[in-house]
Design a protein around this ligand. Structure first.
Ligand code: PMH
Length: 389
C-alpha cells in the first residue's frame, strides 16, 4: 500500500461500521421511515463524501448538511442523492441552490419573499423548518406558517416537499420538554396539508428512543458514526453502535532522559527518575488540544501518559522502556484489549462526543477502510489518491 502522507499521524475511518450503524437503524425504524444521513461538518469530521456514499449504500435515501458550500462540495464529488441544506442560506443564493439541485430550508416568510424576488427558476424544493422549542431557526407561529403556505401556492418558484423541527432534549432521561416540543410540532402540522410531505423531527436520540414518534423520516447524525447521543442513553441503546473513527500516530523520536530533565514548553514536567520519553507528531494544530496534556495513549495494547505541554505539532509520552521509533501509538481507538473511546476523550475535556472527531483538523489525513482493507486516502494538504492494495 502506498499512501501520500508523510507525517505519521492519521485518522482511520471504518466505513463498514458506518454501514452497519445505518442498517441497524433502518431495521429499528422500519421500512416506512426514510433515513436522512446527516453529513454536515465534513461528516462530523469523518469525511462527508465517504460517509454519504456508505450511508446511501446501506439504505439512506437523503443527505443533510448545514451550509450550501457543503452541499456543493458533495455535488462536485459526484454525489447525486437528494441533499437537504438544514441551515439558512442567503436568499440571494437561491439560484445557486437550484443549479446544484438542493432542497432548501425555509425558516421565515421574510426569507421566502426575498428568495422569491431573487429567483427565476421553477419548482425549487423547500422543507419548512418550524421552531418548536430549540430557539435556533424556524417559524414560531402558525400565522407565519400559513403565510408561507399561501405564498408558495401562488408562486411558480417553489414547492413545499417537507416540514421539520429539531429537539433540544431528546437525548435526556426527563422527557417533558421533548414531549412539549413534539406536541407543538403536531399543532403546526394541523395548519399545513401534509399528506405528501416528508415529515421529520427525529435526530439520533429520538430515532433510537421513540421509534413510534418519527413521522416518515429520521435525521441520523451521531449514531451513524457509532456514538451514543448522550451519556444518559448509553446503557439503554436498542442495538450496539460501532465507532467508526480512530486516531493513530507513531513514535518519531525516543530518548532516555536523566532524572530532573524538563519536558516541553514552560518546563512544567520534570522526570522523577531516569525515564524513556517518546515524541509524537501530533499537536494542538491537529485538534489534540493543550487540555489533553494529562491524557493517555495506547502503545502495544497498554496505556501510557502524555507528559508536558502539548505543542502545536508534537507532544511527548512517557514510555516504560525503550521502544523503537515507528511504534504505532493510538490516541483514539483500540489496541488489543484496551480502548480509548471518543467518549473517554470527551469526558476528559468535559464536552460531548460530537465535538471530538469534529475538532481533529483537516491537517490530519483520513484513511478509509472497507472490509478491513484501506480503500481511500484524503489528505487535503496533498493531492487525493485512491490506494490500490
Ligand atoms: N438535524 C439537525 C437540524 C441537526 O442540527 C442535527 C445535529 C441533526 C439533525 C443530527 O442530530 P444527531 O447528531 O444528534 O443525530 N446538529 C448538531 C448541532 O447543531 N450541534 O450538535 C449536533
Amino acid at each position: 500500500m502506498q499512501a501520500d502522507f508523510y507525517r505519521d499521524t492519521w485518522v482511520e475511518v471504518n466505513l463498514d461500521a458506518i454501514e452497519q450503524n445505518v442498517r441497524n437503524m433502518k431495521n429499528h425504524i422500519g421500512d416506512l421511515v426514510d433515513l436522512i444521513a446527516v453529513v454536515k461538518a465534513n461528516g462530523y469530521g469523518h469525511g462527508a463524501k465517504q460517509v454519504a456514499e456508505s450511508a446511501l449504500h446501506a439504505g439512506a435515501s437523503m443527505l443533510a448538511v448545514a451550509f450550501i458550500d457543503e452541499a456543493i462540495s458533495l455535488r462536485q464529488q459526484g454525489i447525486k442523492a437528494p441533499i437537504l441544506v438544514l441551515g439558512a442560506i442567503r436568499a440571494a443564493d437561491i439560484e445557486l441552490a437550484n443549479k446544484y439541485d438542493l432542497i432548501i430550508t425555509c425558516f421565515s416568510i421574510d426569507w421566502l419573499m426575498e428568495a422569491g424576488n431573487a429567483c427565476m427558476s421553477h419548482g425549487i424544493q423547500l422543507h419548512i423548518k418550524v421552531d418548536t422549542g430549540m430557539g435556533r431557526l424556524g417559524v414560531r407561529e402558525e400565522s407565519e406558517l400559513k403565510k408561507i403556505v399561501n405564498y408558495v401556492e401562488s408562486s411558480p418558484h417553489f414547492q413545499i416537499t417537507g416540514i421539520f423541527t429539531h429537539f433540544a432534549t431528546a437525548d435526556e432521561d426527563e422527557p417533558s420538554y421533548f414531549l412539549t416540543q413534539y406536541k407543538r410540532f403536531q399543532q403546526f402540522l394541523s395548519f399545513i396539508p401534509h399528506e405528501k410531505l416528508l415529515i421529520h423531527c427525529a435526530n439520533s436520540a429520538t430515532g433510537l428512543k421513540f421509534p413510534s414518534k418519527l413521522y416518515n423520516a429520521v435525521r441520523l447524525g451521531i449514531s451513524m458514526y457509532g456514538l451514543s447521543p448522550s451519556v444518559d442513553m448509553k446503557n439503554s441503546l436498542p442495538f450496539t453502535l460501532e465507532e467508526a473513527f480512530s486516531l493513530q500516530t507513531k513514535l518519531v523520536h525516543v530518548k532516555k532522559v536523566p532524572k530532573g530533565t524538563k519536558i516541553s514548553y514552560g518546563a512544567t514536567y520534570e522526570a522523577m527518575e531516569d525515564e524513556w520519553i517518546g515524541t509524537l507528531p501530533i499537536g494542538y494544530a491537529d485538534g489534540w488540544i493543550r487540555k489533553l496534556r494529562d491524557s493517555e495513549v495506547l502503545i502495544l495494547g497498554q496505556r501510557f501518559p502524555l507528559v508536558g505541554r502539548i505543542c502545536m505539532d508534537q507532544c511527548m509520552v512517557r514510555l516504560p522502556y525503550e521502544l523503537p521509533v515507528g511504534t504505532k501509538v493510538t490516541l483514539i481507538g483500540k489496541q488489543d484489549t484496551q480502548k480509548i473511546s471518543i467518549d473517554e476523550v470527551a469526558n476528559r475535556l468535559d464536552t460531548i462526543n460530537y465535538e471530538i472527531p469534529c475538532m481533529i483538523t483537516s491537517r490530519v489525513p483520513r484513511l478509509y477502510f472497507k472490509g478491513n482493507k484501506s480503500c481511500e486516502l484524503i489528505n487535503p494538504l496533498l493531492t487525493n489518491m485512491t490506494i490500490e492494495s
